[in-house]
Write a protein that binds this ligand. Sequence first.
Ligand SMILES: *Cc1c(COP(=O)(O)O)cnc(C)c1O
Length: 810
Amino acid sequence: MDADAILSDLTHYYTRMYGRRTLRTDTPFLSQALVHTIRDRLMERWNRTNIAFERADGRRACYLSMEFLMGRLLNNALYSLGSTDESSHALGLLGVELEKVLDAERDAGLGNGGLGRLAACFLDSCATLGLPVRGYGIRYHYGMFRQRIVNGFQIEEPDPWLREGFPWEIERSELARTIRFGGRTVTFRDEHGRTRHGLEDTHDVLAIPFDVPIPGYRNGVVNTLRLWSAAATDEFDLEEFNAGSYTEAVEAKNEAENISMVLYPNTATESGHELRLRQQYFLASASLQDILHDYRYRHGGSLAGLEDKVCFQLNDTHPAIAVAELMRLLMDEHGMEWDQAWGIVRSTTAYTNHTLLPEALETWPVPMFEKLLPRLLEIIYEINARFLDEVSIRWPGDNARLARMSLIDEGGERRVRMAYLAIVGSYSVNGVAELHSRLLREGLFRDFYELWPDKFNNKTNGVTPRRWLAACNTRLAALVSGKIGDGWVTKLDQLEALAPLADDAGFQASWRAVKLANKQRLAEDIKRRTGIELDPAMLFDVQVKRIHEYKRQLLNVLHAVHMYDLIRRGDGDELPPRAIIIGGKAAPGYVMAKGIIKLIGNVARVINNDPAMAGRLQMVFYPDYNVSAMEKICPAADLSEQISTAGKEASGTGNMKFMMNGAITIGTLDGANVEILEAVGDENFFLFGHTVEEVASLRENYDPGAYINADEDFRRVVGLLESGHFCRFEVGVLDAVIGAFQDPSDPWMTAADFRSFIDAQRRVDEAWKDTARWDRMSILNSACSGRFSTDRTMQDYNDDIWRLEPVEPG
Ligand SMILES: *Cc1c(COP(=O)(O)O)cnc(C)c1O
């Protein structure tokens, strides 16, 4: 672990394994050599952890997720092992800065946004708590696309993150599984005369696992993330080859490998792509086979007692097909009867919902399902028949309810409702924030809640304080630890000890100096990416997240235009200087979201080129927002924009990262904002906007025009937008976006919250002008962020759903 040993291994890998001589940080090889060096040091811990889990022979949890938005792993591993300083020293002896080497690592961008990042934070906390939890996902060849901005438009570029290799992973080809698609179902009698079901003439694909180590924080634990990669089976190739069709054999190979080729960028209503259904089944089947195989291996070839030793957490409905696949494996492959198999499914499967948008609930067309997974469709029909019996016993004659609750949507083209399959097959269904869980019970899942109230529970999301405070904001971490010790790294509630310092002028000054340094660093990054130079003294007003109408980046732009208008008309003298930073990716097929990016860029261009705005208002679109970007952004934010329409954001986790790093939230009563407000108190939060209930009642006869006409400021903003002021030589490009918030059918009710948002922003300005007051609010936000650690979230999952015993590797 000392610098000399690290240096020696590092040099070995760099020169002997990668065959490089000259030291360069503009290629990934030095960073990869350091990864190998560190991976070696994790390996023994990894083995010891697995041995400890085996010895304990306790219950284990499998976190099934189509997305793990891991970001970079090296800095976190160094930090968890406590070898940051020694590694930095070792590199120093070569004349290289650690930060440069860390920056050369590519992000593992195997996720879209919040849901995938949550899975990554969960893994970190489970390892730190010593919980036997394994992540199961897909090793996409291409992760989340990279975003380039050309002329204000988003351009997507592929992310070939594996091109130079991913030195963290270990291929475990001996654990490959066969995944069977298509074919037809057959029925036969086994040697005991029992009716059995099977499949014939399937198209098979190999699933090969690649394991990634997940180190806990200085506790000797290394957990596993197992990612499946698709490959053609040899038999499949050979068969075609012998038939004399070499090219078809190659095509079949491509088709097989396509399964893990690319992550789907989600479009709220993403449904119906056959390849996506293939991916879901591929993940579910490979993971379940792996778990059953491992269990039998360790229990003398038997599955007896399985239900006491494993549980599956489904991250949204994406892996919900596991409910039917587990039934198939237990019955068709392992000879169980329906009731026994169903008993196991229902006592091992738990489901987490992540959305309140009905259009985002996944469904699959029955014909596609039948063609791709014929046996699973039979099983789903049987689950449904038995389930609907249960419903009709409880509510005799209530046919409307039966149709509402059926796993098959019969209105129009018949479709399988994956969320309902997940609910019926699970013993626990949770939402991800208090408000979200309540709205699920009262809305989307009301019928199911009436049937099984005890299944439903809440597990408010969190973020890992290792990545999102300790490692990404080393200056603040050092300041905090200097005052209250470093126990907060694993017991985030201890940040409460900062509260008494909130009014201490000396502490405030240090706190402010840290924030300023972080803002300087971000400003340099922004200059490099966009050419725009921000003044770090300005209030950094930040909204970074996926671009989506419900998140209301549009509302943010309306405020920017209003500030611009105030300054131009000479009414802006009271406004403190502000830099508005917006970033995020739009799904490639989401036309409105792409229009919003264009609008942001155009408004920013006009503002930044207007001499009257100099030193008073600046605006940038931050390109290619991802995990590494957020690690620079959240330590540098003063104001955190969490402005979704109430009742639309399930939880949000960006809000928590900002809070931990001392940004103050301007937000609606939505998702986890409600709990942030409760934790920090309303004097330390800028609340605005209509509530869920108000949004619902306004909906009845919503008239955006009325809000605009009644409000001089709003009229002027709309006037500027419609005059073409922001698209002088691009006539019409912004029309759809400018029309969106004026449409009476606007589901996001942007216009209804305009006035309240503007007023809240002026309260922000007043607070900002009073430096001591702002510092106090900022310190208290960090101090009160303890409950938003995923250590707490994982403890809650474990107490109520998983019931695992932590282990301590010897
Ligand atoms: C935290 C995070 C998100 C989630 O942000 P929200 O504001 O909760 O939507 C998305 N993407 C990245 C890269 C993140 O780090």
